[in-house]
Design a protein. Sequence first.
Length: 148
Amino acid sequence: MIDPYNDEYFMKQALAEAQKAFDRDEIPVGAVVVANKKIIARSHNLSEVLNDVTAHAEMQAITAAANHLGGKYLIDCTLYVTLEPCVMCAGALSWAQISKIVYGASDDKRGAGRFDTSLYHPKTEISGGIMAEECSEIMQRFFANKRK
């Protein structure tokens, strides 16, 4: 039997969050946190709305998931995010001890993997490239609109 709640399903949910950011004129990055195949947190970039450079989708997701769980650690949780986390978000995800990170598009300029994967918690599993084309496309569309 095919499990409908797979990486692609949850990345589509993160893409829906990225679209919300796009519609608010935010850099279109979306994220969801999953525990036991259920979404416990949804978020998207809010840096412009909140006037806060730390209001990345991942940071918002960590806070929402921790509040949902009633604790600061995200053990046995998976973060699905449309863009590879930056160094700041990688550090926060490490502190949260998240079990798995699944990202869509790589970020060659600011992605944490460009620097060092040891930024993540040693037990965190990293998987990239899930729906990378779709995740890249929304970013490209956003920045193309900015250049007009």
